[in-house]
Design a protein around this ligand. Structure first.
Ligand SMILES: [Zn+2]
Length: 255
């Protein structure tokens, strides 16, 4: 068995994508977009996996763009296999990818205006809405807690990750040459004790764990401190008879 990180590693925190290879199967876990870094555009344009026709399945932990944003790139390159995730993840993923396609097109128009002024050839957008439409036909809904064969010798079982609607950690039971190993991908986890989301489940055992750690060694302040700050703003604005605008621009943030 060989597992290769193809993003969210080596200095990048976005672009989560792993390739699991055995002598009988190849499975991609998440296929996220690189976001924010200077080289992100070039990284996104590179096909996440060289030979998409050799991939048996794509399995998704949750819908956020940094875990799903390069799926249309795979499909555009010819991938026609299944994409497994919870029904909520698949529904949200389609909305996020359609939105991403519109952003790709408008960003690309801006880039091309600059390129034209510099006398350079125009670029194609990474993908557009027509590239996203066929993704829906490949989606396969799974149930949390029910093991499912995703490829020869590879069984996936999904656990609640408490991160956003539909989010999961995934345990893979991988059999190769008569030996079986358990490999867990945490996906993004938590935060715990939130009013809308369930808390993340504990995966009982693993031979190997791939742990997402977006914030590295940074500690967040306690949730109560955030509530205190929010209350203070409401009191101040109320006293001043003002108005409060609450921007909820990112999926999951509005919770
Ligand atoms: Zn996330």
């Amino acid at each position: 068995m060989k597992i290769t990180p193809n993003g969210a590693a080596g200095g990048e925190v976005t672009g989560s994508c792993y390739l699991i290879e055995t002598d009988q199967a190849r499975v991609v876990v998440d296929c996220g977009m690189f976001q924010g870094s200077r080289g992100a555009d070039d990284l996104n344009r590179r096909p996440p996996i060289d030979d998409v026709n050799a991939i048996d399945a794509v399995v998704i932990t949750h819908a956020h763009l940094d875990h799903t944003g390069r799926i249309p790139v795979l499909v555009k390159a010819g991938y026609e296999g299944p994409i497994f995730a919870t029904s909520a993840t698949l529904d949200l993923m389609m909305i996020i990818l359609e939105d991403s396609a519109r952003i790709q097109v408008s960003d690309n128009e801006r880039t091309n205006r600059k390129r034209r002024r510099a006398g350079e050839d125009p670029l194609e957008p990474l993908y557009d809405e027509d590239d996203v439409t066929p993704v829906r036909g490949l989606t396969r809904e799974i149930r949390v807690g029910s093991p499912i064969d995703v490829a020869p010798g590879i069984v996936a079982k999904f656990f609640e990750a408490g991160h956003m609607l539909g989010s999961t950690s995934i345990e893979f039971t991988i059999t190769e040459n008569g030996k079986t190993k358990t490999v867990v991908f945490s996906g993004d986890l938590g935060p715990a004790d939130r009013p809308v989301l369930k808390d993340f489940a504990h995966v009982p055992n693993a031979d190997l764990v791939f742990m997402e750690s977006t914030y590295g060694d940074r500690n967040h302040r306690p949730y109560e401190k955030t509530v205190e700050e929010f209350e203070a703003i409401v009191r101040k604005v109320h006293a001043a008879k003002g108005k409060i605008l609450v921007p909820t621009f990112a999926v999951g943030r509005s919770q």
